[in-house]
Write a protein that binds this ligand. Structure first.
Ligand code: GTP
Ligand code: MG
Length: 482
């Protein structure tokens, strides 16, 4: 069966099957792991079999397959996984493979290594179960060159009738396995699962972060407003207390002449305090808005009009009479005592002394009554100031509380609007992620459909190829009838 017959046989399964894209070159490839002795082997083969062309891996072009391959391994140690991978790659399109264990001149246990290599390769892939293994010493350090078995094996391999057919079948098998691998790997998708996992993780993180941000923002708004409420009511109380102290001091030093202006002065000071607290509140609330990144659209409440009634310096007839009586008694007492004293000390001045003592008594009476009246008025003013400032304090506290409440509700609205904008952004991000996840799922479904469509055909073709490649009963390892 020629190569063309093999192609026709496989294509009979399905003419659309992917064909081997290699060119067959009439050369024998000699290759093997690093420092295994390939160059020594190729030199010996070139010398012993000049009719054939031998090449090393570096001399063969990509897309070209040799007719046979000599896989050179050292007798130093059995094959490793990477050596098997090299064997697979080198013999992918070539069926005739001969294993050579070199340096048998110096490694007495080479037969064990050879058997171990045979077992390892047979275990690695069924196709190597029938592989020929020989020992050789191509560039010996000890004794003579020993390549006869190798030469015989190569000669036998290249002279096999079925060589071209089996090589073509092997190329087909490689091509079909490559196509099957392609469909399978499309289903698995290079990095698709990793990408999917990353997308799912990112989605969960976005949802988590959005929830956390929302909660954090709500907590920040509440905390800032509570702090502002506390600070502002403390500020209002503090200002009222200090203006009260100030006004009480002023009341304590007020005189009859300043009594009239004192009420106006107190009204002005109270107005100033209201203004100060208003300014402070507006400033603090706008600062809160800045810190939260939310504009507070909250106008100040209507101006606070604190009613300050005139100081109750009303007439106090009973007290005045009482004071007049007491003062008169005191003045009379002083006048009598002085006149008596004067009569004893200077009897010649008694008449004039009586007049003078009477005048002194009257003056003292006036002074006592006047001073007592002044002190009384100051005490009244003091109580009036205390009452006025405590009324101011209550009014200011109420004003600040209602202002903060209004600001809080304005902030709540702004925060809700911001949350809505954030959730639109998060929805967009999630929609993007979902789109990508969907796209990956679609790609995977498409790959599964492609695999399910093509794999049965490829498997049928592979089965045909493998039946042809299976060594017939009664043939040796090179498929030559025994
Ligand atoms: N004793 C002994 N040494 C050998 C034999 N064949 C090769 N060597 C030694 O093994 C070493 C590697 O030999 P090469 O033939 O250059 O091996 P290679 O696989 O071509 O090496 P690279 O191309 O460098 O990977 C050299 O030092 C050789 O002298 C042999 O049959 N017997
Ligand atoms: Mg070399």
């Amino acid at each position: 069966m020629s190569e063309a017959d093999v192609d026709a046989m496989v294509l009979a399964v399905d003419p659309e099957l992917p064909q081997p894209a290699i060119a067959r070159d009439d050369v024998v490839l000699v290759t093997g792991p690093w420092l295994a002795g390939a160059t020594g082997v190729i030199n010996a083969l070139r010398e012993r079999l000049p009719r054939h062309r031998f090449v090393e891996a570096a001399e063969i072009r990509a897309g070209v397959a040799p007719v046979a391959m000599v896989f050179v391994v050292s007798a130093t140690a059995p094959l490793t996984e990477s050596d098997c991978a090299l064997l697979d790659a080198s013999a992918a399109d070539t069926d005739a493979v001969i294993g050579v264990v070199t340096k048998i001149d110096v490694h007495r246990a080479w037969r064990q290594v050879l058997e171990a290599d045979r077992t390892i390769t047979a275990g690695h892939a069924p196709r190597y179960a029938a592989m020929a293994w020989v020992g050789a010493a191509a560039a010996p350090d000890l004794g003579a060159q020993a390549v006869d078995d190798l030469v015989a094996a190569v000669e036998q391999a290249v002279a096999t009738d079925s060589l071209a057919r089996r090589n073509r079948l092997r190329a087909w098998e490689n091509r079909l396995l490559g196509a099957a691998h392609h469909y399978e790997s499309e289903v698995v998708g290079e990095g698709r699962e990793v990408r999917l996992a990353a997308l799912r993780e990112r989605r969960a993180a976005e949802v988590r972060r959005a929830r956390l941000d929302k909660t954090e923002r709500a907590i920040a708004v509440r905390a800032q407003m509570q702090q502002a409420r506390l600070q502002l009511s403390y500020f209002a109380r503090n200002r009222c207390a200090s203006v009260r102290t100030e006004l009480q001091e002023d009341a304590a030093s007020a005189t009859r002449r300043t009594f009239g202006a004192f009420t106006d002065y107190v009204r002005r000071r109270i107005g100033e305090v209201v203004e100060e607290v208003d300014d402070g509140t507006a400033q603090q609330l706008s600062q809160v808005g800045l810190e939260l990144g939310l504009p507070i659209e909250c106008p100040a409440p209507p101006a606070l009009a604190v009613e300050v009634p005139a100081a109750p310096l009303r007439s106090r007839r009973v007290e005045t009479r009482l004071m007049a009586l007491l003062g008169a008694g005191f003045g009379l007492g002083v006048a009598l005592t002085l006149s008596r004293l004067l009569a004893d000390l200077a009897p010649q001045w008694t008449a004039a002394g009586v007049v003078a003592c009477a005048v002194i008594g009257v003056l003292l009476t006036l002074w006592v009554v006047g001073t007592r009246g002044l002190l009384h008025d100051r005490a009244v003013l003091d109580r009036w100031v205390a009452g006025g400032t405590s009324g101011l304090r209550a009014a200011l506290e109420e004003r600040v509380a209602s202002w903060v409440l209004a600001a809080e509700s304005a902030l709540g609205i702004a925060a809700a609007e911001r949350d809505a904008a954030q959730s639109v952004r998060v929805d967009q991000v999630l929609a993007g992620i979902d789109r990508e996840i969907h796209q990956l799922a679609v790609t995977r479904a498409h790959a599964v459909a492609e695999r399910d469509l093509h794999m049965p055909v490829i498997e049928r073709a592979l089965a045909v190829v493998r039946v042809e490649l299976a060594p017939a009963v009664g043939t040796d390892s090179t498929n030559r009838p025994i």
